[in-house]
Design a protein around this ligand. Structure first.
Ligand code: 8YV
Length: 331
């Protein structure tokens, strides 16, 4: 009998077809929202699931879906999944690293630039008919990006890719803070210097957050951290909602304790802290860091390869390319 899998969200038809070659597939091409009860019901009798960051996979769900053997998440972050609970039940988890690194770094850089140079704020002004006089010397003057100090909090693959862009392309001085310091060769390859968190906050002209979410990273940027930043500084968050205390950030933006922020991720998204909508000095995007056609296709295709291999099929049977808890494979 062919294994059964669930694809929780709409995906590329070619990827669904690839999975249908191996599995009985239940999918969601209309992208209908499923609540937890509905997800649990649809997972009954399924050995695998192609999940996204929108589904919470935790111990109660796993216990209610005992046939599940593989959770293959479309995304590099997997804070929606209780990894320990999966490992304890012999459920393999996979993610999609590498394929999204450069695209997400492009986006982080673009958001940082849009924030520093007030691009969306000035566009709103223009579209609203506000531009009635030319030559105003201080109209939407912002901060320079080239030659400025770029601060990066979280120096994994995406952080390093942003550092390379800043150092090589824009002549920026790049400083970073991370749980562990990078080997020297890697630091010089991306032109970045390690500093403690306080120095990072004090020195950065543009601070970009790229650290994974974990309970210890909750509100890593709150009122105290924001108060250390330069009044002229910008903050860009492409990591996860919850890393920034959005209420404290809204207050800092209102009081102009920092100059501006660019946010692609939010606490409780898709709900947004209402104060953020009222502020001109914040660029808001709906969690689209990895959203290029090629990268989203690569993420979905890698997830399919993970799922096929995780359930013991295909050329890489038993050896999914990007496992999160490979110890499950050994047991
Ligand atoms: C995805 C992401 O859009 O990879 C990640 O961690 O945040 C994004 O690329 C998200 O995970 C959707 O599943």
């Amino acid at each position: 009998m062919r294994p059964s899998i669930l694809i929780t969200r709409a995906t590329f038809p070619d990827v669904t077809a690839r999975l249908q070659a191996h599995f009985d597939v239940e999918d969601n091409p209309a992208d209908t929202p499923w609540n937890r009860a509905e997800l649990t019901r649809r997972l009954q009798g399924k050995q695998g699931v192609m999940s996204t960051g929108s589904e919470r996979i935790d111990a109660p769900l796993l216990d209610a879906c005992p046939s599940l053997k593989a959770v293959c998440n479309v995304g590099v972050g997997y804070n929606n999944i209780d990894i320990a609970a999966c490992t304890a039940r012999g459920v393999l988890v996979t993610n999609t690293p590498d394929v999204l690194t450069e695209t997400t770094a492009d986006f982080g850089f673009a958001l940082m630039m849009a924030t520093a140079r007030r691009i969306t704020e000035s566009e709103r002004f223009l579209r609203g008919g506000g531009w009635t006089r030319t030559g105003i010397y201080d109209m939407f003057i912002g901060g320079d990006v080239h030659g400025a100090t770029l601060g990066i909090l979280g120096m994994g693959r995406i952080g390093q890719a942003i550092a390379r862009r800043g150092a090589a392309g824009f002549g920026m001085k790049v400083i970073y803070h991370n749980r562990s310091r990078l080997p020297e060769a890697l630091e010089s390859a991306c032109g970045a210097r390690y500093v403690d968190k306080q120095t990072l906050l004090r020195k950065a002209d543009h601070l970009v957050l790229v650290l994974p979410y974990s309970p210890s990273a909750h509100h890593a940027i709150g009122a105290a951290e924001l108060s250390l930043m330069k009044r002229s500084a910008t903050l860009t968050n492409i990591a996860r909602g919850g890393i920034v205390d959005d209420a404290a950030l809204a207050e800092a933006l209102r009081d102009q304790t920092i100059a501006a922020a660019g946010l692609d991720v939010f606490e409780g998204e898709p709900d947004i802290h209402p104060d953020l909508f009222t502020l001109p000095n914040v660029v808001l995007t709906p969690h689209i860091g990895s959203a290029s056609v090629r990268t989203r296709l690569a993420m979905a295709a890698l997830t399919a390869e993970n799922l096929i291999a995780a359930l013991g099929l295909g050329a890489c049977a038993g050896q999914p390319p990007t496992p999160v808890n490979p110890e499950v494979l050994a047991s």
